[in-house]
Ligand binder design. Structure first.
Ligand code: DP6
Length: 329
C-alpha cells in the first residue's frame, strides 16, 4: 500500500472561563461537570499526520524534536483510537508545532489534540462531523473537545458514556472581547500534570464536592451573560470560578499550589485597574500564568500595565480564535 497523503490541521488553544477540574470516568476521559471557554487566535497548533506502511512505530515530532516518552505514549494511544475508528492499521508520522508567543512556557494539550484529531481522521480517510470530532478529541484531552470550535464554547458533561462533547455558543460578545495573557516565570515546565492533579483533588480535597455543585450554577449564569452580551457579568463569574478551582486544589492534601508571587501581583493589578473603570477579570489554569478577560478597547492599556510587573516575562493580546480546520495544500 502506498503512503496515504499527509493532512495538516490547525487548532487554537482555549482558556476556560468556567473550569473543567475533575472527571467522572478516567478511562473514557469524561468530565465530572461542564465547562465554558474562549478560543484564542494567538495560540495555534499546526499538526501534520501521514500514515505510512513503512513505519514499524509511530514517529512523533513536537516542536522540531522527537517527542518525550510520556508525550509519545499519549499520542500513540490517541492514534490507536483513530486506527480503531478508521480501520487503518498502519503507523503514522506526526509533526506538530505550537505557534505560541516566544518562550511563553504555555503548552496546550487542547489545541494539540484537536489538531491531531482532525489531521489523523482525515489522513485515515474519515470525515467526522464536528460533534464526533469533539468526542474523539476529548479522549486525548478534555479541554481539546472545546478546541474543535471557535469563539465561546460550551462543553457538556453528558450523563452516559460517549455523550460529553462541546459546541459553540453564539453571543454578541464574540467580536468585542480580548484575552491578555501574562506569562509568569518564562518557560518553566508544569509542576504537576493536570491529569494527576485533578485526580488528587477529587480524592483528597474536602472542597471538591462543593466545587462540583458550583460549576453548573456558574455555567448557567455565564451563559446568561453571554446571551445578554454582558461582559462585566461574564468576567465576574470567570474570576470567581477560577479562584474557586484554585481553592479546591489548594485544599487537597497535600495542597496544589500553582501560584507564584507574580501571579498574585497580576491579580492585584487587575483588580486595581478594574476599580479605575478598566474592563479586566483574571483567570488562572493549572500553572502560574494569568489570563485576563477584557474588551478590545481596554486590551492595550491592560497589557502595558501588566508588562511592568516583576516576574511577568511576556504579555500577549489575543483575539478570539476560529474552529479547528484542515490546511489546504
Ligand atoms: C485547568 O484538558 O489538560 O486548564 O483531560 O486530563 O487532559 P485532561 O485535562 P486538561 O485539563 C484542563 C484543566 C484546566 C481547566 C480547563 O481548561 O477547563
Amino acid at each position: 500500500m502506498a503512503v496515504a497523503p499527509a493532512v495538516t490541521a490547525r487548532a487554537c488553544a482555549n482558556i476556560a472561563l468556567v473550569k473543567y477540574w475533575g472527571k467522572r470516568d478516567a478511562s473514557l476521559n469524561l468530565p465530572a461537570a461542564g465547562s465554558l471557554s474562549l478560543a484564542l487566535g494567538a495560540l495555534v497548533t499546526e499538526t501534520t499526520v501521514a500514515f505510512d506502511p513503512e513505519l514499524a512505530n509511530d514517529v512523533i515530532d513536537l516542536d522540531g524534536q522527537p517527542a518525550r516518552a510520556d508525550a509519545a505514549m499519549r499520542v500513540t494511544a490517541f492514534l490507536d483510537l483513530v486506527r480503531a475508528q478508521t480501520g487503518v492499521q498502519i503507523r503514522a508520522r506526526v509533526t506538530s508545532k505550537n505557534e505560541f508567543p516566544t518562550a511563553s512556557g504555555l503548552a496546550s494539550s487542547a489545541s494539540g489534540f484537536a489538531a491531531l484529531a482532525l489531521a489523523a481522521t482525515k489522513a485515515g480517510g474519515l470525515d467526522l462531523a464536528p460533534r464526533e470530532l469533539s468526542i474523539l478529541a476529548r479522549r486525548g484531552s478534555g479541554s481539546a473537545a472545546r478546541s474543535v470550535f471557535g469563539g465561546f464554547v460550551r462543553m457538556h458533561a453528558g450523563v452516559a458514556s460517549e455523550d460529553a462533547f462541546a459546541e459553540p455558543v453564539e453571543t454578541p460578545l464574540a467580536q468585542r472581547v480580548r484575552m491578555v495573557i501574562a506569562v509568569i516565570g518564562g518557560g518553566v515546565p508544569k509542576q504537576y500534570a493536570s491529569r494527576d492533579a485533578m485526580e488528587h483533588t477529587a480524592r483528597t480535597s474536602p472542597l471538591y464536592r462543593a466545587w462540583l455543585e458550583l460549576v453548573p450554577r456558574d455555567l448557567e449564569a455565564a451563559e446568561g451573560a453571554l446571551a445578554r452580551g454582558d461582559l462585566e457579568q461574564l468576567g465576574t463569574i470567570a474570576e470567581a470560578n477560577a479562584l474557586a478551582m484554585h481553592a479546591t486544589a489548594l485544599a487537597a492534601r497535600p495542597g496544589l499550589v500553582y501560584w507564584r508571587p507574580a501571579t498574585l501581583a497580576v491579580i492585584g493589578q487587575v483588580r486595581g485597574l478594574r476599580e479605575c473603570g478598566v474592563a479586566a477579570w483574571a483567570t488562572i489554569d493549572a500553572g502560574p500564568h494569568v489570563k485576563v478577560l477584557t474588551s478590545e478597547e481596554d486590551a492595550p492599556t491592560l497589557a502595558m500595565q501588566l508588562r511592568d510587573i516583576d516576574g511577568v516575562t511576556a504579555v500577549t493580546i489575543s483575539a478570539p480564535g476560529g474552529p479547528a480546520a484542515v490546511v489546504e495544500t
